[in-house]
Each structure stands twice: as C-alpha cells, then as structure tokens.
Design a protein around this ligand. Structure first.
Ligand code: ADP
Ligand code: MG
Ligand code: MG
Length: 250
C-alpha cells in the first residue's frame, strides 16, 4: 500500500529526513516513535504533501501511484488521512457542511454522485455512534472552542466518515486525558479492517496500550534506526530514548 524508499526531505537548508525506508501493507498498524525533533511530524507532513518541506531524494508509492506527484488534495482523495498534532479551527463552517463537502469530494473522485441528504444524515448518525462522539459537536463550527479532547475525537469522527485507506495519527494522544484517549483508541480500533492501514506517531507508549501496533519503528535524526514488534514500545517506555541516542549518535 505504501512504500517509502530512501526518502530525504529538507526545510530551508536543513535536512530533516535523511533516508527513510518503510513499507506498509493493507491492514497493518505501524507505530513510529522517537524523541522530540526526530522528524516524526516532518514525515507525516511530507507524506500528506505539505509544501513547506522539499523532498530532495527518494520515492514514495501509494496504491501503486507516485505519491510525490499528487497534490495534497489528490492524496486525500486517494485515501490518505492525516490527524494533526494541532488541529485547526474553522470558524463559521459547521461540521455538517464541512463533512458533507469532504464526503462528496471523495465520491466525485471515485466517479460517484453526491450523497443524498437522508443517506448523509444516516452516515453521520452511524459514525457518531461508532466513535462515540457527542452529537452537539457536529452542529458547531469545525473545532471552534473545542477542548483538546473534543478536537481529537472530532478528528477520529472525520476519519470514520471518510474511511481512509491510510490514516496517519500524529501525536493524537498529546494533551488527552485517559477517557478521551480511550475514545480515540476505540475509534481507531473499530475502524480497523484488512484494507485499512494506520500509522500511529507517538512520543509515549501510553496510546499503544490501546492501539496495538503490528510494528514499532524508532525514528531518530531523520532515519528509522530500529524496527521490531510491539515489545519495542515497552522497551522504550522502560529505558527512554537515551540508549538510542548513544547507539546512533551520528
Ligand atoms: P518531531 O515531530 O519528531 O518532534 P519534527 O518533525 O517536528 O520532529 O521536527 C524535526 C526537526 O525539523 C526539528 O529539528 C525541527 O526544529 C525542524 N523543523 C520542523 N519544522 C520546521 C520549520 N517549519 N522550520 C524550521 N525547522 C523546522
Ligand atoms: Mg514534537
Ligand atoms: Mg511532532
């Protein structure tokens, strides 16, 4: 589904990603961990097409297509979804209209007609139930005045509505209390399917108690320096990142 080969990316004159290799198959959950500043958010930005970053080398294939050739919009329409570390507020745009536009954009890309009003309401109801989101949130403007936990739940709701092939969750756990964390994790787990893959980016092991990854990768100084099963997350929780820093100083 996603094949990243020797990916190098820079911002201004600083090389942040220095040769990333990663392959993700349908249905897999990959966790990317690593100390602050390792390049985790840069990787998700580059994958979703943030133009602040310049790809200087390497390739990324998504669903057999050259991802780096696609606009950010087409990456989303191809089924890539990014949950931001800091979700933005869109005052004056209701969640209902926002989601309806997004769902119809995806349908149009697939050559389908816009969704009918009644089907859309049903879809909203079903997905709200699935991710256990408060029905009031969807009547408000996108993220406006939402608490940190509500913003994250809202993103999981958006993800449920759009049914992405690849969801990238960048520090979805930061600033969440344990209940919100559970709601987010449950949503992700309920959306799990053999066709759908997830990249969970997290600094801490905590979220991985709820979202169990198939693979854990450690990103350090712009490279994946270690990959293993879920036990690696526990090892990192116990030992911290200092041993990684020592082992991969340069
Ligand atoms: P992580 O998500 O692993 O904490 P980031 O990808 O956010 O790390 O950052 C990696 C490195 O890139 C850091 O050294 C950071 O300072 C730098 N960086 C990120 N965004 C920018 C930017 N907009 N301008 C300059 N440097 C940046
Ligand atoms: Mg960070
Ligand atoms: Mg980050």
């Amino acid at each position: 589904m996603l094949v990243i080969k020797d990916l190098h990316a820079k911002i201004e004159d600083k090389e942040i990603l220095r040769g990333i290799n990663l392959e993700i198959k349908p249905g897999e959950v990959h966790a990317i961990m690593g100390p602050n500043g390792a390049g985790k958010s840069t990787l998700s930005s580059v994958l979703t097409g943030n133009e602040k970053f310049e790809v200087v080398d390497g390739s990324v294939t998504f669903n057999g297509k050259d991802l780096l050739d696609l606009s950010p919009e087409d990456r989303a329409r191809e089924g890539m979804f990014l949950s931001f570390q800091y979700p933005i507020e869109i005052p004056g745009v209701s969640m209902v209209n926002f989601m309806r536009t997004a769902v119809n954009e995806h349908r149009k890309y697939r050559g389908e007609d816009p969704i009918s009003a009644s089907d859309f309401l049903k879809l909203m109801r079903d997905k709200k139930k699935l991710v256990d989101i408060d029905s009031n949130l969807t009547n408000r403007s996108v993220n406006e005045g939402f608490s940190g936990g509500e913003k994250k739940k809202n993103e999981i709701f958006q993800m449920a509505m759009l049914e992405p092939k690849l969801a990238i969750l960048d520090e979805t756990d930061s600033g969440l209390d344990i209940d919100a964390l559970r709601v987010v994790a449950n949503g992700v787990n309920k959306l799990k399917s053999p066709e759908r893959s997830t990249i969970v980016i997290t600094h801490y092991q905590r979220l991985l108690d709820y979202i169990v990854p198939d693979y854990v990768h450690v990103l350090y100084k712009g490279r994946i320096v270690k990959s293993a099963g879920k036990e690696l997350a526990l090892e990192l929780e116990e030992k911290g990142y200092d041993w990684i820093k020592k082992e991969f100083e340069d």
